[in-house]
Design a binder for this molecule. Structure first.
Ligand code: ZN
Ligand code: ZN
Length: 268
């Protein structure tokens, strides 16, 4: 599905004109179509993705994020419904709609190629005589346009799945995730862009509360109290304050001999 199909029409007209400049503008319109199709799909996943990801504009980033949320997001899908009759039988099916998934392969083979046609040939291209004839460029653009028209055909944007929700223990914001995109040991980020929490998935089938923030431990060198810090907060120069003895510490670099570390590990 593509909500705004005006760019397909513009691309068609420019392709029909067929001169050098028109084909360059046609490539731009086709790239716009691909970007808009990606953003249309991304809008269905707003509740599941960290808000900072909404700034990602490159189609390959968007496709990766969608796959992260839902491993089936690049697949086509058709939805129909039917009345359940007695004895478990179903009545006549009625079509609800269909959606087309955008794959990484599509982006790789079409979006990047279009970029090539936006730019003037380099001096090296001219010297090597590697300037594509307009007829060949036209064939390439037509092939991409055909693919875009197929992807734009879908009649609905869908995000189906079994979802789990959990509250971030750091910022208290509810997080929502599609179960199909979660697996044992996988790390997911909190949806709040201002929250540094990262979670590891454990025993998903057993208990959702097993989604725990990833934390690292440190102990105060003065009073030996143990504290936790999020991996993102481990920055050289950052100050940490011991909540018990109130001594302030600063994170820095240190150099240790590998021999010493290995001997200590061997003793454990
Ligand atoms: Zn959070
Ligand atoms: Zn202390």
């Amino acid at each position: 599905m593509l909500k705004d199909k005006s760019h397909i029409l513009k691309a068609k007209n420019l392709l029909a004109a067929g001169d050098n400049d028109s084909l360059r503008y046609c490539a731009l319109e086709l790239r716009t179509c691909i970007e808009l199709m990606c953003y249309d799909r991304l809008s269905m996943y707003i509740d599941e993705i960290p808000k900072e990801f909404l700034k990602k504009w490159r189609p390959q980033d968007v496709v990766n994020i969608l796959l992260e949320c839902d491993p089936y997001s690049d697949k086509d899908c058709t939805v129909s419904f039917a009345k359940e009759l007695s004895g478990g039988a179903t009545g006549p099916r009625q079509m609800f709609g269909s959606s087309k998934g955008i794959s990484k392969k599509f982006i790789q083979s079409h979006y990047h190629k279009l970029a090539h046609y936006l730019h003037a040939p380099t001096l090296a291209d001219i010297k090597a005589g590697e300037i594509r004839p307009l007829a060949d460029v036209k064939i390439d653009l037509q092939a991409t346009l055909n693919e875009i028209e197929i992807l734009a055909q879908g009649t609905m944007l869908a995000n189906f799945g079994e979802f789990v929700t959990f509250t971030c223990q750091i910022c208290q914001l509810p997080n929502k995730r599609n179960k199909a995109g979660l697996s044992e040991g996988k790390k997911v980020k909190c949806i709040n862009p201002n929250c540094p929490a990262e979670f590891t998935i454990h025993d998903l089938e057993e208990k959702i509360s097993q989604i725990k923030p990833v934390r690292a431990g440190w102990s105060c060198l003065k009073c030996q109290t143990n504290h936790f810090i999020l991996p993102k907060e481990v920055i050289v120069g950052k100050r940490l304050c011991c909540s018990k003895c109130k001594v302030e510490w600063k994170i820095g670099y240190s150099l240790k001999s590998v021999e010493g570390i290995e001997n200590n590990e061997a003793k454990k």
